[in-house]
Design a protein around this ligand. Structure first.
Ligand SMILES: Cc1cc2nc3c(=O)[nH]c(=O)nc-3n(C[C@H](O)[C@H](O)[C@H](O)COP(=O)(O)OP(=O)(O)OC[C@H]3O[C@@H](n4cnc5c(N)ncnc54)[C@H](O)[C@@H]3O)c2cc1C
Length: 459
C-alpha cells in the first residue's frame, strides 16, 4: 500500500505540535513508533522533574534539623510516587495526544505507529500495526530525537541494566544503585535516588562531574557530590557482571563496585542513524542531520528539528525550532531562523544549576576583556535564612560594552533566578542598567543577582 501526503512528520515529541488549525486543509501523516509525546513527556524532562520534586521534599525533611525542626521520614511510598507521575499525569497526556490525532477532530491526519525509514527520495516505509505502508510527502519534517547511548562494555556483557527509559517505572526502590555517567541525566537521577534513600554509587570516566559547565561550577559540584555520595571518578568501567547483590562492575583501575541496579546514563545517540537517510539523499553533519539556519536539510522540502539535528539537546530548543519550522512551512517567502541565541539550560540536581552564555574559560579563550563576579548566597539576606554555605551565582560581562556574556548559578532556585539574566541578555540590557534601573525586592533571593551585577568591575 502507498499513500501521498502534503506533509509527513516523523516523531511526536516537538514534531507533534506542528499540525494546527492553519493547516487543516493539508493531508498530514504523523509517524510515531513509541509513545506519543516523545522523550520529554514520557521518559525525560517532565517525569524526572516530578520525581526530583518529591526527592526535594524528602531532602527538606532530612535537613530540617538545621532550622530547629525535628522531622523524620517514616516511609517512602515509591509506588505512589511513580503513580503520581505516570498514572495521574504523564500517561493520560500521552494517550490523549494520540487519541486526538487519530480522532474526528483531525480528519486530515493519519497516524502510523511503526518505525519510519527512507526507501527513496521523499519516500518512507512505515506501517500501522502489522500493515506495512509506503508514504510519500511534498514536505517532510524529521523530529526523531535521540536514544540512550550504551557503551559496548555494558551491552556486550549481557548484564541487566536500566536507562532513563525504564528506571522511573521500577516496581520498588533498590537498596543500592550504580549510576554510570557524569552528565546531567546521570546526576539528576543520582540526586533523586539518593534523596529517596537509595545508596547511590557514581561511576564516571572523567574526574569531573557535569564537566561541560563553567569549571568553577563543575568543580564545586564535583566536590559537593563527593561529600554526599560514593563516587568513583576518573576511571571507566572495564567489565560488568551479574552478582549476588545485583550487578558488579570492575573499573579500569581495578576497583570493583557493586549495586542492586545499574543505571546507564552515558550520553545520547541521535536517531538519524536508524532511518536510511542516504536513500533520500539527506546529508549528515557528524551524528546530526545537517540543517541550515532555517531548519532545511540538504534535500528541498525535507526539514529536521530537535535532538536529531540540533546542536542543543534541550526541550525548549526543540520547541523553538519546531515553531520556526512550523512558520517556515506556511511562509516559504518569509523564512524564520532557528533561534540559537543565548540558549539557557538547567540541571535539577542538589544543588540546582542553571547556565546561559559563555563560561569564563570560553570568554577568555575568545580573548574577550571581561569582568567576573561570584556572589555567594550566604552573603545575601535570603541566603542567611536558608543557612546556605555552598551556593553561588557567577556573572561574566564585557568590560567595555557592559553586556552580560554568561551567567552560572549553582544553588536553590537557580533555574528561576537565572531567568532575569536571560531576559537582560536577550533584550540587550547591560549589567549596570539591570542592576540599577529597577527595584530588587528586599530581602528576596534575586538580591543575589543584584549584588553579583553590582560587583562587576567596569572601572
Ligand atoms: C532523562 C532526561 C531528562 C531530560 N530533562 C530535560 C530538561 O529538564 N530540560 C530540557 O530542556 N531537556 C531535557 N531533556 C532533553 C529533552 O527531553 C529533549 O531535548 C527533547 O525531548 C527532544 O525533543 P525532540 O522532539 O527532538 O525528540 P523526542 O522528544 O525524543 O521525540 C522523538 C520521537 O520520535 C520517535 N522516533 C524516533 N525514531 C523514529 C522512527 N524512525 N520512526 C518513527 N518514530 C521515531 C521516538 O519514539 C520519539 O517519540 C531530557 C532528556 C532526558 C533523556
Amino acid at each position: 500500500m502507498s499513500k501521498h501526503y502534503d506533509l509527513i512528520i516523523i516523531g511526536t515529541g516537538s514534531g507533534n505540535s506542528i499540525p494546527g488549525v492553519e493547516n487543516h486543509h493539508k493531508s498530514i501523516a504523523i509517524v510515531e513508533k513509541g509513545r506519543f509525546g516523545g522523550t520529554c513527556l514520557n521518559v525525560g524532562c517532565i517525569p524526572t522533574k516530578m520525581f526530583v520534586y518529591a526527592a526535594e521534599v524528602a531532602r527538606t525533611i532530612k535537613e530540617a534539623e538545621k532550622f530547629g525542626i525535628s522531622a523524620k521520614i517514616e516511609h517512602i511510598d515509591w509506588p505512589s510516587i511513580v503513580s503520581r507521575v505516570f498514572d495521574k499525569r504523564v500517561d493520560p497526556i500521552a494517550d490523549g495526544g494520540e487519541e486526538y490525532r487519530r480522532g474526528p477532530k483531525t480528519p486530515n491526519i493519519d497516524v502510523y505507529d511503526q518505525h519510519a525509514r527512507f526507501v527513496g527520495p521523499k519516500t518512507i516505509l512505515t506501517g500501522q500495526g502489522e500493515k506495512e505502508v509506503e508514504i510519500t510527502g511534498d514536505e517532510i519534517v524529521i523530529a526523531t530525537g535521540a536514544r540512550p547511548f550504551i557503551p559496548d562494555t555494558i551491552s556486550d556483557s549481557g548484564v541487566e541494566y536500566y536507562t532513563n527509559e525504564n528506571i522511573m517505572r521500577i516496581p520498588e526502590l533498590p537498596s543500592s544503585m550504580i549510576v554510570y555517567g557524569g552528565g546531567y541525566i546521570a546526576m539528576e537521577f543520582a540526586h533523586m535516588f539518593d534523596a529517596l534513600g537509595v545508596e547511590v554509587k557514581i561511576v564516571n570516566r572523567s574526574e569531573k562531574l557535569l564537566r561541560h559547565l563553567d569549571s568553577e561550577v563543575s568543580d564545586a559540584f564535583t566536590e559537593l557530590t563527593k561529600k554526599t555520595m560514593e563516587t568513583h571518578l576518573g576511571s571507566n568501567i572495564a567489565s560488568a557482571a551479574q552478582s549476588d547483590a545485583g550487578v558488579e562492575v570492575t573499573l579500569e583501575n581495578g576497583t570493583k563496585v557493586e549495586g542492586e541496579l545499574l543505571l546507564v546514563a552515558t550520553g545520547r545517540t541521535r536517531n538519524g542513524d536508524q532511518m536510511d537517510l542516504d536513500k533520500a539523499g539527506i546529508e549528515m553533519d557528524g551524528s546530526r542531520i545537517k540543517v541550515d539556519e532555517y531548519g532545511r536539510t540538504s534535500v528541498e522540502g525535507i526539514w529536521a528539528l530537535g535532538d536529531v539535528s540540533s546542536p542543543y539537546q534541550l526541550k525548549h530548543v526543540a520547541n523553538a525550532e519546531m515553531r520556526a519550522i512550523k512558520h517556515n512551512l506556511e511562509h516559504p517567502e518569509d523564512l524564520q531562523k532557528l533561534p540559537h541565541e543565548h540558549v539557557p539550560a538547567a540541571v535539577f540536581t542538589n544543588p540546582q544549576i542553571a547556565t546561559v552564555g559563555l563560561t569564563e574559560d570560553e570568554a577568555r579563550e575568545q580573548g574577550l576583556d571581561i569582568t567576573v563576579k561570584v556572589q555567594r548566597y550566604g552573603d545575601v539576606a535570603y541566603g542567611w535564612a536558608m543557612e546556605d554555605d555552598s551556593s553561588f551565582a557567577k556573572i561574566i560581562a564585557d568590560k567595555h560594552s557592559k553586556q552580560i556574556l554568561g551567567a552560572h548559578f549553582m544553588g536553590p532556585q537557580a533555574s528561576t533566578l537565572i531567568q532575569q539574566i536571560i531576559t537582560a541578555m536577550n533584550f540587550g540590557i547591560d549589567a549596570e542598567r539591570l542592576a540599577k534601573d529597577e527595584y530588587w525586592i528586599h530581602p528576596a533571593l534575586p538580591e543575589l543577582s543584584e549584588n553579583a551585577l553590582l560587583g562587576l568591575d567596569f572601572s
